[in-house]
Design a protein around this ligand. Structure first.
Ligand code: CA
Length: 211
């Protein structure tokens, strides 16, 4: 992901993590994929599912966004997961009607280290998902990124080497007290529809003289 986009996320959000909301959708005949022309299986249509997720997102954010902010624009936090949500749902429909070998199955994301690490300022850290695999033997696309919406450290942390490598080093930033940075692995297969799985790595960064 371009670093410009990472920076935009960091500036825009700053919301507390862990917001929740509950919404209800009563599925009627008109909500099915068949009825709205988005598929030929009589199940809840993907656009209805995405709408439901957005309703929950808007409700959870109620009163926490400024008057000029939105949670549903293309640069906002929910948008990043939208394609993955839609494809995941499409694959689940395939599972109901196709033989196992004709349907795609999600890749398995594995880390070569713990998912919580503690390091010092200036230390070189390596994020490594080299043990990941796919049950269908599909080739895999890796994308690691710093996730500033979560964690105390909001300044984007650039990762080194090329974007699509399973192994991405970075240098822990200079901190004055213990800070926490969250990193996300987005692992996507080349099946149809492409499926994505995620892992989160939390890195505690201590100052030189801590404690
Ligand atoms: Ca697959």
């Amino acid at each position: 992901m371009p670093s410009r986009r990472r920076a935009a996320y960091g500036k825009r959000m700053g919301l507390p993590s862990g917001l929740t909301a509950s919404v209800t959708l009563k599925v009627e005949d008109g909500d099915t994929a068949l009825a709205i022309g988005s598929g030929d299986v009589p199940v809840l249509a993907t656009p209805r599912l995405v709408t439901l997720v957005e309703q929950a997102s808007v409700k959870a954010l109620g009163g926490k966004l400024g008057p000029d902010k939105t949670s549903v624009g293309y640069k906002e936090t929910l948008w990043r997961w939208r394609v993955a949500i839609q494809n995941d749902f499409a694959a689940r429909m395939d599972w109901t009607v196709k033989p196992v070998r004709e349907a795609n199955h999600a890749p398995v994301a594995r880390l070569r280290h713990a998912d919580v690490m503690t390091v010092k300022t200036g230390e070189r850290v390596v994020l490594d998902a080299g043990g990941s695999s796919d049950p269908d033997g599909d080739s895999l696309t890796y994308r690691w990124f710093h996730y500033p919406e979560a964690g105390s450290w909001k300044t984007p942390i650039p990762l080194q080497l090329a974007d699509n490598l399973y192994r991405r080093p970075f240098t822990a930033p200079k901190v004055q007290r213990r800070e926490t940075a969250h990193f996300i692995l987005e692992l996507t297969d080349k099946g149809t529809p492409a499926l994505t799985r995620y892992r989160r790595v939390i890195v505690n960064i201590d100052p030189e003289s801590y404690p």
